[in-house]
Design a binder for this molecule. Sequence first.
Ligand SMILES: NC(=O)c1ccc[n+]([C@@H]2O[C@H](COP(=O)([O-])OP(=O)(O)OC[C@H]3O[C@@H](n4cnc5c(N)ncnc54)[C@H](O)[C@@H]3O)[C@@H](O)[C@H]2O)c1
Length: 314
Amino acid sequence: MNKSKVTVIGAGNVGATCAQICAERELANEVVLLDIKEGVAEGKSLDLWQTAPVNYYDSRVVGVTNDYSRTANSDVVVITSGLPRKPGMSRDDLISVNAGIVKSVTESVIKHSPNAIIIVVSNPLDVMTYCAYLTAKVDASRVIGMAGVLDTARFRAFLAEALDCNPKDIQALLLGGHGDTMVPLPRYTTVSGIPVTQLIDSEKLNAIIERTKNGGGELVKLMGTSAWYAPGSSAAQMVESIVKNQKRIFPCCVRLNGEYGVKNAFVGVPVKLGNKGVEQIIEIDLNATERNDFNNSVKAVTDVMGVLDGMKLF
Ligand SMILES: NC(=O)c1ccc[n+]([C@@H]2O[C@H](COP(=O)([O-])OP(=O)(O)OC[C@H]3O[C@@H](n4cnc5c(N)ncnc54)[C@H](O)[C@@H]3O)[C@@H](O)[C@H]2O)c1
């Protein structure tokens, strides 16, 4: 499926960054950027297309204002439309506005690209993935939320700094919802195969885990809005694994249907991503503490899923 068509909905900070990386890495023949604000997607796409001769890529970048016919037959659609957090807000505070946006956008996406694989980025992430799934009415393997790639990237970046080592050598895993209850897993974190617990004392490691959990909030405080470089890159990495059928294993938000003893909840677990979308959900062994933390995170997510159910949009 390499050299396919990728659409990014929402030409804001995250969407434009994701489109830029998809184009620069030539993940698609055509990258379509769509926004509701007149001219914004057209302008950013034109600007991006003018980097093609400089940055040596030939993915065509096209921008449109709400014209879904231009997104037709996309292989992958990344949904980033919606409000970002402002200082003092939790991701869950965004649900009332973003649920309406994600629902209407997904309806239009699936109408024009009935076979697309959908990657959701809008927050609150796990519940917006649920919202897109309810709207799209497609197999759950085709609706995937981006959170774990970003959260592990933050964890890995902090570890690389603390250990003065190369971030490329760090592999990490994390489970649960995209919020304060996320569960970074030091037992499944290695530096070139060496368990990280052998390289750093537990006090420093715990401080890094706490910083990871609040990694989004740290950036909101600094910038007055939420992050985009790492989120846009993380979504593009998922696109890459799908369009190139790389079958990479990433923590992603997917619908659990009995895996990990959980039914009909959208939470982060390790999955294999290929051109069918989620090709495998991998169940790893958890000790009592990890299991308990995971269950707490599932509970936090299902509570917010209940808020969406209560909005009676479906
Ligand atoms: N999953 C994650 O890890 C993660 C990380 C960062 C940000 N986010 C979330 O991603 C979303 C986007 O963040 P951002 O920083 O790019 O925000 P932004 O405000 O820069 O961009 C959002 C864009 O969506 C557009 N939009 C709004 N309604 C639309 C609609 N109906 N159709 C098409 N476009 C529409 C807006 O015009 C705007 O350009 C937010 O909800 C944010 O919380 C998620």
